[in-house]
Design a protein around this ligand. Structure first.
Ligand SMILES: [Fe+2]
Length: 509
């Protein structure tokens, strides 16, 4: 009997221990393993770099063990040559299930404006070699950026990432919707064999981790991340559609506590992307005296719930904020302090005022964009005008369409320019209606908004921006298809922006 009681107590203790283990370290589940390329083991998700500064850069990888391990030792190396004859700096770190086996190193002591190669070693194997570049401190002649947004796994292959990986680019500026939270078939092309994993709408930490794992198994994204440093901000779908600090359009009460979901989404984002973690996500990058890149967080730092309609009195209230007091002040201080010729603002949603009643009669203004936050929108406009701040260019994602917009003062003088990048793969307007119907809508929207210089809501791709002291050239590069793997692109539009006057000229391809 005594032995029986002892055995029962032992079993119960074992069960409690097993449950605790389950809670703390979930067993290694890799439902995405059908997408693995065996030759990349155990670094199936490739390597990446991001948030470059003049003396440091974040290096990233993920080690996927064959079975759950509590800790994996990881060595890393940074070299000035791709064969690692000249190792410049190296170190050791570790990973484990508490960070989903992701690895992040802030490699410091680097020289400004230098190209470096890096790699990892774990479980007796070397990773693929990655390439990255630190920020210059002097007067660079040219800086090139690829501006991207809205990569949805289910809508197609990430050919645009594969294409931009071939360009001579200093950094990829990702304006968000890096993943989508929807369930299988919830928002995608169901005729393609690209189904979301997990199949449910993602809500928990494990869900978000798994979705990032899946997206990073696209060969195009893996290629781009290994070749070019990424500078990323989140938009809404990294948490849920139309998210703000205290809720989201696509978060329902039966999906649990919103704060827990937001924290899970944020944790997985920081684990899977090469980002330097700070209290706030907004941050800036200085490319000598040529460019300041100011990245805003328009979702989780200070955004209040959007107004329901144009008649909603909260719309015009001072307390209706996109950035919040602290971030707005930070933005203005950055603009005042900038010594750079060009100030590019990494912006998630359209900043310019747009009247869309003739195209979308039920939504004459997009209240999820800056038009839904007119107090802060005007405050920034007035600040640029009155200070004055020259050469401000907004780069914007979110709309799954391409735009060049001349933001003007009341007297018609140019105040700033806004360049919208199309989606990597998320639905353009012609996913649901014919090209000719969309072309007609583009024409109507432009005629209603003469500030729009260029609009295209039919093509996927990226925005290629080449910056020099004399001009900023913007080129919209589109993929021929994303329904099969094919990184061929064509140039849809090319413009130049003159400093001071901010006048826009069309360039031949
Ligand atoms: Fe999007």
């Amino acid at each position: 009997m005594k032995n029986g009681l002892f055995f029962l107590a032992y079993c119960m203790l074992s069960l409690v221990f097993a449950c605790c283990q389950q809670t703390k370290w979930p067993p290694l589940q890799e439902p995405t393993s059908t997408l693995y390329v065996a030759a990349l083991a155990p670094f199936y998700h490739g390597v990446a770099s991001g948030d470059p500064l003049a003396d440091r850069v974040i290096l990233w990888t993920r080690v996927t063990p064959a079975t759950s391990l509590p800790e994996i030792k990881v060595n890393w190396q940074v070299a000035t040559d791709s064969t690692f004859v000249s190792v410049y700096t190296a170190g050791e770190t570790s990973t484990g299930p508490e960070k989903d086996y992701t690895v992040k190193v802030d490699a410091s002591g680097l020289k400004p404006g230098q190209t470096y190669f890096y790699r990892f070693q774990a479980l007796g194997t070397y990773s693929a070699v990655g390439k990255t570049k630190t920020l210059p401190t002097d007067n660079p002649q040219n800086i090139s950026l690829a501006v991207v947004s809205c990569s949805n796994w289910e809508f197609g292959y990430f050919n645009a990432y594969a294409a931009l990986a071939k360009e001579p680019i200093d950094a990829v500026v990702h304006l968000g919707d890096y993943i989508y939270e929807y369930q299988k078939g919830g928002y995608g092309d169901t005729t393609l064999n690209r189904k979301h994993i997990p199949e449910r709408e993602i809500v928990s930490l494990q869900d978000y981790r798994l979705r990032y794992a899946q997206y990073h198994l696209d060969a195009g994204l893996r290629e781009a991340r290994s070749k070019i440093p990424f500078i990323c901000i989140w938009d809404d779908h990294e948490v849920a559609n139309n998210v703000y600090t205290t809720g989201a359009q696509n978060h329902q009460p039966d999906e649990g506590d919103f704060e827990s979901r937001k924290n899970a989404a944020r944790q997985a984002y920081y684990e899977w992307l090469p980002i330097r973690e700070n209290k706030e996500h907004y941050r800036s990058f200085t490319y000598g005296n040529l460019l300041d890149l100011i990245m805003l967080d328009e979702r989780l730092a200070g955004r209040t719930k959007p107004a329901d309609s144009l008649a909603d009195p909260t719309l015009i209230s001072e307390s209706q904020t996109m950035l919040g007091t602290e971030q707005l002040q930070w933005l203005k201080q950055n603009l005042i302090n900038s010594k750079a010729q060009w100030k590019i603002i990494g912006n998630q949603v359209i900043f310019a005022e747009i009247e869309q009643s003739k195209v979308f009669p039920k939504a004459p203004k997009n209240l999820d964009s800056w038009d839904g936050y007119p107090f802060e929108q005007k405050s920034i406009r007035d600040f640029i005008k009155n200070t004055p701040i020259p050469n401000v260019v907004f780069v914007t994602g979110d709309t799954h369409a391409s735009w060049a917009i001349q933001i003007r003062e009341e007297n018609n003088k140019n105040l700033a320019v806004e360049l919208g990048t199309t989606s990597i793969s998320s639905s353009n307007w012609n996913e649901y209606e014919s090209d000719s119907a969309v072309i007609e809508k583009e024409k109507i929207l432009i005629s209603q908004n003469p500030q729009i210089v260029y609009g295209n809501a039919r093509d996927h791709g990226y925005l290629y921006v080449r910056i020099s002291a004399e001009t900023l050239v913007a080129e919209w590069r589109y993929v021929k298809t994303n329904k099969e793997i094919n990184p061929e692109t064509f140039t849809g539009k090319k413009i130049s922006i003159a400093p001071k006057t901010l006048s826009i000229s069309e360039l031949a391809d």
